[in-house]
Design a binder for this molecule. Structure first.
Ligand SMILES: Cc1cc2nc3c(=O)[nH]c(=O)nc-3n(C[C@H](O)[C@H](O)[C@H](O)COP(=O)(O)O)c2cc1C
Length: 171
């Protein structure tokens, strides 16, 4: 699958077969996340891989009880390491670290899709609760949970804007 096909056919997958996703596949996803661009190449992002069902349950409870979190084989927490970026960029480091983290999320979703895995980007959660569950250090922000499993659904592509949000030369 080339990058054009991966971008065009990736979907949020919220139902999984329950078959195992192995550590090699997770490793390929993490490497793709680490290969994403980052401000000043500071790579102000950290990844937490969760397989423990009791932790997944707590994450689900802190994320509006979204079923895909309980049912995923693996959940990957992606964090913005604000202090790592702030050392060089001061207050701008918060924005940069969030962008560093989200750039890696998209790389990981596309890579998982190319591997035949299904993922969902989860952003609806209680930040403080997720930080507690994952033991995040002071200043590190939870940005996304990525649920990972083998796809048990093939959703249609939700509609996208075509020209409505595209501006030429200026807004
Ligand atoms: C910042 C962000 C937060 C999201 N949070 C959730 C979420 O909490 N739960 C969920 O099911 N999907 C979540 N999604 C996935 C979107 O619902 C999904 O990307 C969108 O509906 C388009 O569908 P597609 O990914 O299949 O193209 C999130 C996506 C983004 C970018």
């Amino acid at each position: 699958m080339d990058v054009f096909e991966a971008i065009a056919t990736r979907r949020s997958i919220r139902r999984y077969t329950g078959e195992e996703v192995n550590d090699d596949e997770i490793g390929v996803m993490i490497k793709a996340g680490q290969d994403a661009p980052s401000a000043g190449n500071l790579q102000a992002r950290d990844f937490i891989i969760i397989r423990d069902p009791s932790v997944k349950e707590r994450l689900g409870d802190a994320s509006l009880r979204q079923p895909q979190i309980y049912n995923a084989d693996v959940v990957i927490g992606v964090c913005a390491n604000v202090p790592r970026s702030a050392i060089r960029y001061g207050s701008r480091g918060k924005l940069y670290s969030i962008q560093d983290a989200t750039a890696s999320v998209q790389n990981m979703l596309l890579t998982a899709h190319a591997l035949g895995l299904g993922c969902c980007w989860i952003g609806a959660f209680d930040d403080d609760e997720i930080s507690r569950i994952l033991g995040l250090p002071e200043g590190v922000l939870p940005i996304a949970l990525i649920t990972v499993g083998r796809p048990a659904e093939r959703p249609k592509k939700p509609p996208r804007f075509t020209t409505e949000n595209v501006h030429w030369e200026r807004w």
